[in-house]
Write a protein that binds this ligand. Sequence first.
Ligand code: MEV
Length: 311
Amino acid sequence: MRRAAGKVILLGEHAVVYGAPAIAAGIDRGATAHATLVAPGETSRLCLPHETVVADARGADERGRALAALLLEGARLPPLSVEPLSELPLAAGLGSSAAVGVAIARAALAAAGRPEPDDEVMTRATAWERIFHGNPSGIDTAAATLGGCLRFTRKDGPTPLRLARGLVLCIGLSGTSASTRVMVEGLARLRALEPERVDRDIATIAALADDAARAIEAGEPAKLGALMDRNHEVLAGLMLSTGPLDELCAAARGAGALGAKLTGKGGGGAMVALCRSDAGAEPLLEAFRARGYDGFVTRVEAARSRLLDTP
Ligand code: MEV
């Protein structure tokens, strides 16, 4: 059995697709996968609760194409049967598909008796993600693989951040979902129509993300919260927010959050709020429940980054 983290993007989603930096953190909820070898000559397959999907690079089922892409990326793996399980709401912007892809990559390598280096896991999981999302930046698979808190750019990949203090995050669920592919393509269309405005907004988000990385490393949560608020405004101006996401963000701020924004692709799904303390999370969850929304609390510990723990 292998695990991978879900993720929350603290700043920089969408802009990261165009080369800007983004800040993401792995969260406790994630995905698991169990893989076993099947007889040579059999076809690899995904065993889901109600169906089995065979790996087929040219098949009609995108899950079968995604499994084929993951298995074919890099050195060949023997035929496998894989059972994935996600603890995350689907298509909510919390990295469910990347967490599943990372857990499958790890489980497949383990079943084949191979080492599980992070680079190979990320490459295989990004091949899986490409089938579902078209043009993923790779931030979701990096956060799912490495956990902790990281700065990510397409050019440089993930760089772990040294948190001066832990972060208490409250996730609010708007109850609707959206396709990453549709949201990313929607922004690309807007950019084709209004290139100057969209590029200016991307540059603004890039600067906010870099300021946020400094605030995280300096232990300045109030500053980080203000940057998250500003990032949400810019994303909303790019038509990526929804009424329920705006309502959740306003409710979080009203209940004492230091900052709040949509997280991930937007268009539905989740938002993230930065709490003042552990005790500061409960009023946010109450405010969400009072408006008919679910939520949960997750913490990013200062000493949690796997890369930093490596001697
Ligand atoms: C999705 O979690 C984040 C986006 O920026 C897409 C990506 O980076 O691949 C919207």
